[in-house]
Write a protein that binds this ligand. Sequence first.
Ligand code: C5P
Length: 395
Amino acid sequence: MLSLSNKRVLLGITGGIAAYKCAELTRLLIKAGAEVRVAMTRSACEFITPLTLQALSGNRVHLDLLDPEAEAAMGHIELARWADLVLIAPATANSIARIAHGEADDILTTLVLATPAPIAVAPAMNQGMWADAQTQSNIAALQQRGYTLIGPDSGEQACGDVGLGRMSQPSDIVAACAQLFDTGFLAGRHVAITGGPTREAIDPVRYISNHSSGKMAYALAEEAAAAGARVTLISGPVSLSTPERVQRINVVSAQQMLEATLTAAEEADVFIGVAAVADYRPLEVAAEKIKKNDDEMSLTLVKNPDIIWEVSRLEKRPELVVGFAAETENVVANGQQKLASKKLDLLFANEATKTFNSDDVAITVIDANGTTALSAANKHVVARQMLQLIAARLS
Ligand code: C5P
């Protein structure tokens, strides 16, 4: 659900008949979780009293640039900095024109120039004034500057006209403001992901590895960042570029991946093990390149640490530990066995031969309650679906 929890909204009221709706608007902003401070133009005070808004917002209303008392409580520059959002509602044709031209001769226009916060404007005026070319050009200028336009709505007007120009309903204005802060379904979460293959050295020039491309892990990292998460991607050697806003830690061997993962997992809410970690590594790494003198040669391999299991049994375990299972047979049965033995919360199983290096993937989702299939699609599309399933399981 969208909310304005902990957000500071500076409501700027200008002088139109719709100003009477600001009592309801203030109440709804507060109900949505916002802290509200109000600045009004002199003409706004003809339509609604500052006292009403002071009572509803719980804060002194700012009316003048040069009001010593208001300035002593919070100066206008401080107020401009305080805001997470400046909402001008109703915004009259005159105030829109003055803002578009950068005027700063009253409290509201000054705040608009001074604030680093995003600005939303809810116009309210006669339909003819709204349709006027000058108003439309002023609105276009504000939108070009990145202001958010909320409304206006169409309908019957105070003057008797019918058309576009009514201020949007307070509930719609609050919803539009909340939308501005909706940074995604993983906002505030930290997701750690392993991806790609590992390489286990045989000698200085040879290694054991596998065909993992890293595409699934990189798609998950990119989509998690887009959904607002802080993302740490612990990556084996792959030829993919780092997605934006993703912290990538490069590793080569399983042992290196384990160390980097344990550090990241300690402070992650979600760990997703996508890496195709080599199950075994040579017991010894030859110091020099091995010569092909013999007809046969053998390597002694030792088991690598199971990284996801090490994360799963951490004392400070992430809230969700999510695994992958790339299988060539009995995909579901093997997946279920892995879910249980590694104590995972969720597992995505797929057919290895169809998936490695491919852009598409078909997934079976396995958890303690059973299995569901996600139909084959591009790894980015599937990654988004997976992250939504993960987010739904987070407390
Ligand atoms: O046991 P298997 O390798 O099939 O399990 C796959 C899952 O376990 C994947 O999530 C993979 O990233 C993880 N894994 C791991 N460390 C290993 C082997 C697998 O984290 N050594």
